[in-house]
Write a protein that binds this ligand. Sequence first.
Ligand SMILES: [Cu+2]
Length: 161
Amino acid sequence: MAMSRTNVVLIATLFVLATSVSATEYIVGDGSGWTLDFDYQAWAQGKQFFVGDKLVFNYPIGKHNVLRVNGTDFQQCTLSSPNGILISGNDVITLSTPGRKWYICGVGKHCELRNMKLVINVESMSPAPSPSTTSGTSSLAMTKSYGLVAAFIGSLLMALA
Ligand SMILES: [Cu+2]
C-alpha cells in the first residue's frame, strides 16, 4: 500500500496549501448570532473583510431574516429593493465583490428599533498569510483553519491505518 500512502500525503499537502490561502468565515455577532439589540457596528469594527470571505447569520428560523439592501434602504430601514432575502436561520453569504455591503433584518421594526443592521466594507485582495501581521481576529481564524486541516489529515491517516 506504499502507493496509496504516497497519494494520501500528496492530497494532504495540497489541502494544506489550498487552506492556507482560503477564506475566513465570520459568524455575525459571534456567539450572540443575528439577534436584537446587538451592536453590529462594534462587531464589524477592526475586522477586515476580503472577497471570498463568508458571513454566517445564525438565528431561530422565523424570528428574523437577512436582507441584502442598498445604502439608502440601510439608512432608512426600508425594504424597497432587497437584493435577496435569506430565511434559513443559518444563512451563509459569500462576499463575492468588493465594496460596501449592507444587511438588515426585515422582521417587524428590528432594523429601526433593535439595531439589526450590519454594514461592512469588502476589500478586493486577501493579504499574504504572514504570522507577523496577525491581528487578534485573523490569527484566530487561521488557528481555526489549521485545526480543520489537522482534523482532516488525522481522519485520512486513520482511514489508511
Ligand atoms: Cu430581526
